[in-house]
Design a protein around this ligand. Structure first.
Ligand code: ATP
Ligand code: MG
Length: 476
């Protein structure tokens, strides 16, 4: 079936030798887009208008990269990149809303409404004056070149297709169409050299294999085991971005397992070990894995449904069992639960996140989600009302539901909060009353009252619970 399709595709490219080896890299195979099953309806109008604007001004312009790949797979691309022979300055002059960004690697953002199209000028193949680090990693990257050079510089054959929506054609310099049909990820050029130039490509192989469910070509796979350690030379911010992309690929668990399989998780990505090889007793390990699997499955479902994702929430779920493990250990030593939780969080943030250039804002989100957890146990007095008003309540609640699914908290607790959030004021008071009769909460009621005046002059206890700190929550 595939062979037949390929034969008929080859017939559409007259004068071009079909098969590997013979064709020179700068003679692309040309396919009719409708014959390679590109559905025009999936092409954003902003991308169409960008290509049209450039072509009308006399330049060559194509949709490139992941968007073409996704279109050919019948998927709606999440964003569109355009490649052209116009320089960034020339591109900027054509469009009303266009901005040149980047210094070492200039590209142009062309904006139509809320959509931004990234336009880059064809890059040349490695120039003699190219700067590399001691391991061969390319450091500068701004020489413009021919389209065939631009194609050869791309990473995988399936990522090096050029689609012109106006003439309805796809240009293929590296047998990307064949590989796409064969569901194969194949590096352009010599894989080992390409990994040395940019070790992130190793992570990209794994990400695309997971996301697309494709096989990795043998020669593309082979050098990874030996070169995996080069990942440590990649700047932290880039690693973090790549990690986020992998987690948001819609196949997060597969992606993480792929990293581990290829030995790409050592040293630089301790997170992956922490996620897939949890510490603790057999029971704890099973529960930790279950939690991560549930969290990643729900993340994947959100991605596939096109819903937004919070990176803080995602990382909070992945590192939760580490926090929990350390937390329980501290409590077992006699530490107060809240203090123990705070310590556990500090410990995990210091040891697990320091290697990733994770933004402070994201870490703050994670902390909050974790610290909210014991507060869900306090269902007395004004505490539930305050928690409901908390800016991160929703994230904390979603997190609680995951804990419940992983059998780390009682289902009754989740149901109570679901009811409480949906209820009117009177019903809420009744819900709080109903809990006061439960044995667990009786302990809260009996909580020691502070003797004597408070140093800060604050009002003593609103209701029975007070707020977060000093809670007598017992972690399970
Ligand atoms: P997605 O956006 O779905 O994650 P993508 O293939 O579009 O996948 P991008 O990171 O958006 O990935 O890059 C766009 C294109 O730029 C790629 O398809 C590829 O052609 C090229 N590219 C990106 N990163 C590299 C790299 N490290 N080495 C070589 N080419 C790359
Ligand atoms: Mg992309």
């Amino acid at each position: 079936m595939i062979k037949k399709l390929l034969r008929s595709l080859a017939r559409l490219a007259p004068g071009h030798a079909h098969g590997h080896g013979k064709a020179r890299a700068h003679d692309p195979q040309v396919y009719k887009a409708s014959r390679v099953e590109i559905d025009r309806a999936l092409v954003s109008s902003a991308a169409n208008r960008t290509v049209e604007g450039l072509q009308k001004a006399g330049y060559r312009a194509f949709i490139v990269g992941g968007a073409v790949r996704d279109l050919m797979l019948g998927m709606r691309p999440k964003d569109f990149d355009v490649a052209t022979d116009a320089t960034p300055e020339q591109v900027q002059r054509i469009f009303r809303r266009a901005r040149i960004i980047g210094r070492r690697f200039k590209i142009v953002h062309v904006m139509f409404g809320s959509e931004t199209i990234e336009v880059s000028t064809f890059r040349a193949l490695s120039a003699d004056n190219q700067e590399t680090d001691a391991h061969g990693r390319v450091l500068n990257d701004n020489t413009f070149g021919e389209q065939h050079e631009d194609a050869t510089r791309r990473d995988f054959t399936i990522n090096a297709l050029y689609y012109d929506p106006l003439s309805d054609s796809v240009l293929d310099y590296h047998h990307g169409v064949e590989d796409l049909k064969a569901r194969l990820i194949r590096m352009i050029g010599d894989p080992a050299q390409r990994y040395r130039e940019d070790p992130v490509r190793m992570l990209r192989v794994v990400r695309f294999a997971a996301k697309l469910g494709f096989r990795i070509d043998g020669a593309t796979k082979a050098p990874i085991a030996q070169l995996a350690k080069l990942i440590t030379n990649v700047p932290d911010a880039r690693l973090f971005d790549e990690m986020v992309k992998l987690l948001q690929s819609g196949q997060a668990l597969k992606g993480l397992q792929g990293l581990r399989e290829h030995g790409l998780h050592h040293g630089c990505l301790p997170l992956v070990d922490a996620v897939l090889e949890p510490q603790g007793s057999t029971e704890e390990k099973a529960s930790a894995l279950r939690f991560v699997e549930l969290a990643l499955a729900s993340t994947d479902a959100r991605v596939r449904a096109g819903k937004p994702l919070s990176v803080g929430f995602l990382f909070a779920t992945m590192l939760w069992h580490l926090v929990r493990h350390t937390w329980h250990a501290q409590v077992a030593k006699g530490e107060k639960p809240i203090v123990a939780l705070q310590r556990a969080i500090d410990d995990v943030v210091d040891h697990q996140l320091s290697d990733l250039a994770i933004q402070k804002r994201i870490v703050a989100d994670m902390r909050e989600i974790w610290l909210l957890q014991p507060r869900f146990e306090k269902r007395v007095g004004a505490s539930p009302f305050r928690l409901l008003d908390h800016l991160r309540y929703r994230a904390g609640y979603d997190f609680l539901l995951l804990r419940i699914e992983a059998e780390q908290a009682d289902a009754e607790l989740g149901q109570w909060w679901t009811d409480f959030a949906a209820a009117e004021h009177e019903e809420r008071l009744a819900l709080i009353k109903s809990v006061a009769k439960q044995p667990g909460q009786a302990a809260t009621k009996k909580r020691r009252r502070r003797r004597g005046p408070r140093k800060d002059g604050g009002q003593e206890g609103e209701g029975h619970g007070g707020d977060g700190s000093g809670s007598d929550f017992e972690p399970q």
